[in-house]
Design a protein around this ligand. Sequence first.
Ligand code: GCV
Length: 849
Amino acid sequence: MKISHFSPGLFVLLLTISTFAVSSRAETGYDAWLRYEKIDDASIQRDYDKSLPAVVVTLGRTEVAQSAQNELIRGVRGMLGRTLRIETALPDENAVLLGTFDEIKKAVPTFNAPADLKEDGFYLKTVSVAGHRVLIITAPNEHGVLYGTFTLLRKMSLQEPISMLDEMENPYAPVRIINQWDNPNGTIERGYAGRSIFWEDGHVVKDLKRARDYARLLASLGINGCSINNVNADPHAIDSEHVAELARVAEAFRPWGVKLFVCINFGSPKSIGGLDTFDPLDPRVIDFWNKKVDAIYAAIPDFGGFIMKADSEGELGPSAYGRTHADAANVVGRPLKAHSGIVFYRGFVYNHHADWRNLKLDRARAAYDNFHQLDGKFDDNVIIQIKNGPIDFQVREPASPLFGGLEKTAMAIELQITQEYLGQQRHLCFEVPMWKETLDFDLHARGANTPVKALVAGKVFGQPTGGIAGVANVGLDTNWLGHPLAMANLYGFGRLAWNPDLSSEQIAREWTKLTFGHDPQVVRTISDMQLDSWRTYENYTGPLGVGGLTDIIEVHYGPGIKSSEGNGWGQWHRGDTHGIGMDRTVATGTGYTAQYHPPVSDRYESLKTCPDELVLFFHHLPYDYVLHSGKTLIQHVYDSHYEGVEQVQKFVEQWESLKGKVDEQRYNETLALLEYQVGHAMEWRDAVCQWFFKMSGIPDQYHRVNNDPNRIEAESMKLDGYEIFDVKPWETASGGKAIRIVSADGHGSASFNYTGKPGWFDLAVQYYDQTNGVSQYKLFVAGQKVDQWLADDLLPSRNVPSLPNGHTSTRHTVHGIALRPNDEIRIDTIADGGEKAPIDYVEIEPASH
Ligand code: GCV
């Protein structure tokens, strides 16, 4: 087409296309939010060219100061394609000047540091020196200079103005630490992104590049500590051989101001110390810890301290000698104190052999019951690390009452970045909105306005320390957390650790821009998906605060509704044919509500005021109970589960709208995961709805539950080489049954004849993809092969027991198939290893595309 005249519309279109053109390079996600993507917007580039000097002067000589300088050079080179020139003193031209207050004062005597900057805080200030513009990045300490540098770079990555800076930031709390639950053998407890970046074969890995790069990512958010081994600690992690290895990790972290922490096993005096006791009051045990701590500091002078899980889930603790948690924490804390080290003592203490028949017992009470009475008995370098909720990282829990129950003890809130109960980085679940609800929750611990964030930061009762800890469990997967969208959780954790007043929206938008660029549609779509994802996950998994309804015994992934009952783990929901929910009231239940201060205790105690979203956490209710929303409990369960699946289907559509706007590699990886999530959300929906229907006997008012006219159960098909079997638990198969190959040659075939109207359809095969084999599936329609695939996924993320159940249930959809009445639909399969090509059902839906 010949364009004969200038078209403003076309010009705008071309400009938009060039401004938001997707980089053709495949992106692995390794660079996370530190991509420093080239700024293509010409006006912003011009603006930065003008406001950013060509010279950088770094006054400090430490490794951290050098990291700040190198990072600035790296970022500017990436975004502007220019290499800053390094000078050692202020030149006769504009410059960026990096240094601590003392250093800056010497170089620029007229400079006045703001009085109210705290440790690790920073100040970005543009001043005039001898007629030149000097952009000063300064702080009381070198860590602050590094954080200020990352902040300047983030501003540029977000394309914010930097020409006349006058900004100061303080961290909300001194403690901002990451925990990794890595085992010395290289596995990671509740890790869903590959093996450890720190350990292999019982030793610290030789190549610590990933550890260094991880420390850089953490430092970019202001995180200043990281523990590198499981809280279920191998005592050998601190034996003399390993202390030397730990020193290498500390060395890798040091340039980024990240202190090394280590989890200890309380039985160490006995298991590695050669003593016959680990009694914290025994002088020989005291001596063991003193010497151990001194030896560690001799090798690692800036060692951060210990994390300790004791008397919990089988870990040894002070109860073995009738001693208290304070005795235990203080015996390791005292020698640390001499070196300014700290000990995080976990509040996650409960009896996992509790008697489930006793309706007055309650795991939710445990942390408060154990620690409240010890308030004031802990030394001041002991921090009680408390999970956000009283149970264990469930999809919806109230804030732990212990945050309001310690007035003379330092605290940290423990959040779980790794999505143990939240879809294990197979499902999209952005946790920031959930964390925000807890951090902002007012516990009324000293009248109104005592939100959890202020309590843990020590702001309410005047504790000198405290803050926030996050269990991240990044692994060797190139993109660190497995799912391309999951790093938003690590980013969000770090941003909240620095400033819990940030909104979820701001964090989601920032992360998206830094990770995927500035195209407004990309930013809007991905942020919206992230922001909807936690409630979506809640919708199709665990409603009304009842807990996750997941299998709680092993992998914590797929549905397994009765697994919480009839055992000592205490994650009971008490669901039976009459009703569901834990009665935690003072009036008739476990008395847990009394652990909160009024008016919070009153709000939860009364059904009139208890919010719907937590009602089954606090009350046992019949299925026809009418919620504040006006719906019955049972109808809410049905509706939320169907809505949840629809929301995930919408995620797929939203993501597909970004084709061509996101690099191909991350686009394809994410699309595959979202499509998988749809199938697994359906498995969740059906399991929960079937179970509730069976228990309650109350049908779904919209006739969806147990009524799937488009579904052909495998057990009703014509079978060759297959047998029908009962899936366990029953609710994890449609109708409770599925089929598996029993033939001697491992071949099977299942078929049926289509009886509907002619048209275009999507055919979905719901089958079980175990880890102990790679079965082959071929789908035929009227004798013609329309698709074939391998059941080669490792669900979930590699460490599931290999059985057909709610963890392994998965869906393969073939789109756009023409069907005619009486067509034979046949699946031919070949079993492999322990995986007998199990099939649950086939669903025939009108074609979606
Ligand atoms: C490290 C939950 C997890 C365990 C974890 C424990 C804890 O129970 O399932 O894997 O153990 O919490 O936080 O100590």
